[in-house]
Design a protein around this ligand. Structure first.
Ligand code: KG4
Ligand code: ZN
Length: 343
């Protein structure tokens, strides 16, 4: 390790994934570990906050220990600790902040709280350290669908937002309608691969609204009506039918997202686009974005697939970028469950 490099431990506990990572400011990502609570929550059809917090308590320290041992890192060589301060579930966030601050206190190292959405939208830097500012970012996760102008680190302007459901939420709710377990976004996308989008065309909400906002709750309702019309039992019994509906739904969502990204790029005169958040793992979305941006000379950047959904690597990365903001002896309960990115 170079004399000037700093080693940052990142901790993510904002929702239902416990993530830890070590990021070296010169060498980059040294390692990461992730524990997903998906199986724990699947039986309830969504995340149960109290169960999420309890599971973070159980898993976080063993994950940190495992990470240190796999990367042959002495805990004393960590220079600072970054944790997700918000937005997210209060109880889950409290686990991350208390562990981060307790470690910081015992190691006499500074700690910095990271904005979860900022971590998502800077996550492509994990694989593209040369990505230049400014750029337009589409943040598409289970809780957010936002278009953001990123002028520089810490300088974010909201260009558009969803009026109701987030894109990932629409994927999950539609997946549920098709009998897939929670969270069904990735499973629905897999199912759609064998289907024909043109068989049952669905609306493309707000595609021509003239602004950069989104609305996806009507689309899920349109799928519910379609399933009723085709006969619920018939749909559930036919993988081919479900695949066609899934393909049509995915086509509508990805078409709207792509069109709005193109409008944002055009309006802001930007030359780079970042797609971040869980839905950024969707291959159809990536295909459409790549096809359209390559025609206008815009570079599209994505985090590596494994870092599209929640993870510790993106938190450690932002901790490294904001290393100068880390402080020793901070408030160990410093969380912001609701925290707009533009502040
Ligand atoms: O960023 P993330 O892990 O959590 C939030 O901060 O919300 O995103 C999770 C969301 C879920 O709604 C999940 O179904 C969706 O991302 N997702 C996908 C895919 N992989 C994950 N949606 C569509 N296609 C995928 N391949
Ligand atoms: Zn997230």
């Amino acid at each position: 390790m170079s004399a000037k490099s700093k080693l940052v431990l990142g901790i993510e506990t904002s929702c239902d994934e416990t993530g830890v990572a070590l990021y070296d400011t010169i060498e980059g990502l040294k390692g990461h570990k992730l524990y997903s609570q998906i199986k724990l929550h699947a039986q309830y059809g969504g995340v149960v906050p109290e169960l999420a917090s309890r599971d973070h308590v159980k898993k976080l320290l063993p994950l940190v220990r495992g990470l240190l041992s796999e990367t042959h890192t002495d805990i004393k060589s960590i220079d600072s600790i970054a944790y997700t301060k918000g937005p997210g579930l209060s109880g889950a966030l409290l686990v991350g902040t208390t562990v981060a601050n307790a470690l910081g206190y015992s190691l006499k190292k500074p700690v910095v709280g990271v904005h979860h959405l900022e971590a998502h939208l800077l996550s492509p830097l994990l694989s593209n350290p040369s990505l230049d500012f400014p750029f337009i970012a589409l943040l598409v996760s289970g809780g957010h669908t936002q278009l953001i102008q990123v002028k520089d680190i810490g300088q974010y302007r909201l260009l558009g937002d969803t009026r109701d459901d987030a894109a990932g939420e629409a994927f999950d709710k539609t997946a549920k309608l098709l009998g897939l377990p929670y969270p069904g976004g990735a499973l629905l996308s897999e199912l759609a691969q064998g289907g024909e989008a043109s068989k049952y065309p669905l609306p493309k909400p707000m595609i021509k609204s003239g602004d950069l906002n989104f609305s996806f709750s009507g689309l899920k309702t349109a799928v519910a009506h379609l399933v009723q019309k085709l006969d619920v039992k018939k749909v559930m019994a036919s993988k081919a039918l479900k695949a066609d509906i899934a393909a049509s739904f995915q086509d509508s969502v990805t078409e709207v997202l792509t069109e709005k990204c193109l409008s944002a790029l055009h309006l802001e005169g930007a030359k780079a686009l970042v797609i971040a958040g869980g839905v950024g793992a969707n291959t159809e979305l990536r295909r459409k974005i790549n096809e359209r941006t390559s025609k206008i000379g815009v570079a599209a950047y994505y985090p590596p697939f494994e870092f599209c959904t929640d993870n510790g690597a993106m938190v450690a990365l932002v901790g490294a970028l904001k290393n100068s903001e880390a402080v020793y002896g901070a408030n160990p309960f410093d969380i912001k469950p609701r925290w707009p990115l533009s502040t």
